[in-house]
Design a protein around this ligand. Sequence first.
Ligand SMILES: [Zn+2]
Length: 219
Amino acid sequence: MDYNMNNLIPFIPPSEYDRVAEQFLEEYCPEALKRPMAVPIENIAADMGLKVQYVCLSEEADIYGATIFTDGALEIYDPEDGLYDTKVFKRKTVLIDPEAVKKTNVGCKHNTLAHECVHWYKHRLYYKMQKFTAPRMARFCKCSVNQLPYATEDENIMEGQAIGIAPRILMPKATFIEAASQYDIVYGKDNWQAIYGLADLFDVSKQSVMIRLEECNLL
Ligand SMILES: [Zn+2]
């Protein structure tokens, strides 16, 4: 794996996303590369040392997840008081906003969790090495439903990697194609039976299955 040595962002072109997802599974759940199954992403996150908390991250519910790379404070939203509040979190904390997750086009908690695992797996060096002027604050990435206007180019690159790799972890190419071959998927038809069946088998959303079928040239 190559890194950009100036900022420690890994260089991962989209053609490598499947390979990175396979490397991740070889390390954390090799069984998922042998047979079609629901990847136990909660257990994998726990094995990686990540602790998940479900909190409200923004008033507009447009930030669905965050991974915290260094101990420190982070602003979260309190829907009861209608106010933002600063709270201290430990590194390796993953925050998920369940309301905002519903607004993403692959809206399921498993995909969000896989997405945050990719950030920890591939992007922790970047955040560790960032020059930081506010030591009390945590270093973290925020994952939004739509691209944030203040996101930097570095952040957009890493966000693109996490968006691309997460569904490939939950539906690894070879076993996904193997499972999909059990159904008669016909181009131009709605194929609901296959989509429901695969969503159930891999425990992901139907939208996620449709995107994956298209990526694998099956739809
Ligand atoms: Zn993200």
